[in-house]
Design a protein around this ligand. Structure first.
Ligand code: SF4
Ligand code: SF4
Length: 557
């Protein structure tokens, strides 16, 4: 037991309590709590004995049986975590349920202390009610001869059915040929969701639209019915799936840790197969195929932002600076500043210049095949230069090289984000800083770097090494950082919504007194700059938005 009057500690204690049931989905991916006889009550004095006996049942059936409950009421929840798509697991579950009943009866308890009988306990309740159930049946029949009141419940029908007969999983066992799988991994994520809705708290899209179909739970449910063939891909559904920034804020508040972004991306692939790729994304993909970048810019312009001092190296190099499309075409500072730092630190590096191709992340996000084509082109270029490592300033490119190329293209090459690389250079004494004016800096965690890859502290460590920088934190930071609104293809799909989300993030920075928002992703920077301009106009607030490389370059001794 733990008691506390502190509201913050109380919230934490409640979070543990509320997250208990959904977190059971983490015991085994694809399996979750299925209620059978999960709610028995025993005399309080018998609780220790009950728990010991339940633990023995766990060993007997070699099955995970988490136990929790309301000890003060003598109410125990010994629950079954099963993969409802597997017949053999149902069979074991039924045997365990029978053992639970025998144990409860032996201890003179009750089969349900608080949840009621409903459908789940209907086949078992006669063990407790005995002949009394026949009397209840007769009364029900007299009052409800057509059996229209709660049919199937309480075991009062002539024919008592098992929960399985009513259960949504039945089709998975009896008609697997009708199931439209997303692939084992994603199917398991969909099954892990228990529809609790905790994920709604941090979803920036849902915060603006207020539509259940546009939050994580709503999307997982749509994916589930898509899988069962009960929902068909449609333009309307595409609207829901493309209105997601894949920011994973939902996962941060989901006790089951459901990878909603993977479900959304897989759902988008299904929508693309069915011909529902939104027009704007079609254009981006056509551009990607024709020009090697989603903006349709000429390849030659990629080097416009390169400093005149840059000399490409041919042949093997230690470090390849992968610039990325946003930094190449939509930002004039990130590339020259990054190169200035590398030059100053004496790094032997090169960049692909006009040859560089989009990493393909945008294609992966919107669910099209161009991702693999883009990846293959880059891999071909990398194998000519044979770099020992890739450095990139873009969180999206970083995630793509780190996770997606190994997974989908079996290509493994060490990749570091500029943040990690700059920290190394500082540590090795290759970068020195001069004194600088003081400024309050708020670090915006890019979703692809933070929640997706768990890089939270290195950028903060880097910023704190820069003279004059006082780091202030957004109210929502690290795991709970709000998205800038630019992720998941949302900026192209719904520019206004994306800008509104960025604006809210900008206001958050203003609230904590930040003068500068620093990020580590050109796409975040671009979206937050739009927000800063609006804040200047509407709130007379002064906010500068910079990439972390710019701040480092400005402070170089
Ligand atoms: S995704 Fe949402 S609804 Fe599903 S388990 Fe997680 S928090 Fe609950
Ligand atoms: S990934 Fe982000 S935008 Fe998408 S459902 Fe989750 S919280 Fe909402």
């Amino acid at each position: 037991e733990q008691w506390d009057d502190d509201p913050n500690k109380r919230l934490k204690m409640w979070a543990g309590r509320q997250g208990l049931v959904p977190s059971l989905s983490k015991v085994r991916r694809g399996a979750k709590l299925v209620p059978l006889v999960e709610d028995f009550g025993v005399p309080i004095s018998k609780i220790p004995e009950t728990i010991r006996k339940l633990q023995k049942l766990r060993e007997k059936h070699n099955f995970p049986i988490p136990i929790f409950g309301h000890i003060g009421d003598g109410n125990l929840h010994a629950v079954l975590i099963i993969d409802g798509r597997k017949k053999e697991e149902w069979e074991v579950a039924r045997k365990i349920a029978q053992d639970f009943i025998d144990l409860t009866m032996e201890l003179k308890g009750t089969l349900t202390a608080e949840h009621g009988i409903g459908l789940a306990k209907a086949p078992y309740i006669h063990h407790e009610l005995g002949v009394g159930q026949e009397v209840m049946r007769a009364i029900k029949k007299a009052l409800d001869p057509k059996n229209i009141l709660n049919p199937g419940k309480l075991g009062l029908d002539d024919q008592v059915k098992d929960i399985y007969d009513f259960f949504t999983y039945k089709e998975f066992i009896e008609h697997p040929e009708k199931i439209i799988s997303f692939g084992q991994e994603v199917d398991n994520e969909i099954f892990a969701c228990i529809n609790c809705g905790f994920c709604r708290a941090g979803c920036t899209v849902y915060a603006r639209t207020g539509l259940e179909s546009e939050n994580a739970r709503g999307r997982v449910i749509q994916a589930y019915y898509l899988m069962k063939g009960k929902l068909k891909p449609s333009r309307e559904m595409a609207e829901k799936f493309y209105l997601c920034t894949t920011c994973l804020n939902c996962k941060a508040t989901c006790p089951a840790g459901v990878m909603v972004s993977e479900i959304v991306e897989a759902g988008r692939r299904k929508l693309v197969e069915a011909g529902f790729l939104p027009d704007i994304h079609k254009t981006l993909m056509e551009n990607l195929k024709a020009t090697g970048n989603p903006f349709g810019e000429p390849k030659e312009k990629r080097t416009d932002v390169f400093p005149s001092s840059f000399r490409p190296r041919s042949g093997p190099v230690d470090t390849l600076l992968f610039v990325g499309c946003v930094a190449s075409y939509q930002d004039i500072n990130i590339v020259p500043n990054t190169m200035a730092i590398l030059d100053k630190a004496g790094v032997s590096y090169t960049a692909l210049g006009k040859e560089e191709n989009c990493c393909g992340y945008i294609s992966y996000l919107v669910g099209t095949e161009e991702f693999k084509e883009a990846g293959k082109k880059n891999i071909e270029l990398f194998s000519k230069i044979k770099p020992k490592q890739i450095v990139t300033t873009c969180a999206g490119c970083y995630k793509t090289f780190k996770e997606l190329y190994p997974k989908y293209l079996s290509y493994h090459l060490p990749v570091v984000h500029a943040i990690e690389y700059l920290n190394q250079l500082i540590q090795n004494g290759k970068i020195k800083f001069k004194d600088a004016n003081s400024m309050k800096v708020a670090y915006h965690d890019p979703c692809d770097l933070g929640r997706h890859l768990n890089i939270f502290e290195p950028p903060r460590e880097l910023l704190q090494k820069i003279p004059g920088v006082t780091l202030v934190e957004f109210k929502n930071n690290r795991l709970l950082a709000k998205c800038c609104g630019g992720g998941g293809g949302l900026k192209a799909f719904h520019t206004d919504l994306s800008a509104e989300i960025a604006y809210q993030r900008g206001l958050e920075a203003l609230e904590v007194g930040a003068e500068v928002i620093v990020s580590a992703c050109p796409a975040c920077k671009a979206n937050l700059q739009v927000a800063a301009a609006r804040i200047r106009k509407e709130k007379k607030g002064r906010l500068k938005v910079m990439d972390i490389t710019e701040l480092v370059a400005e402070a170089l001794a």
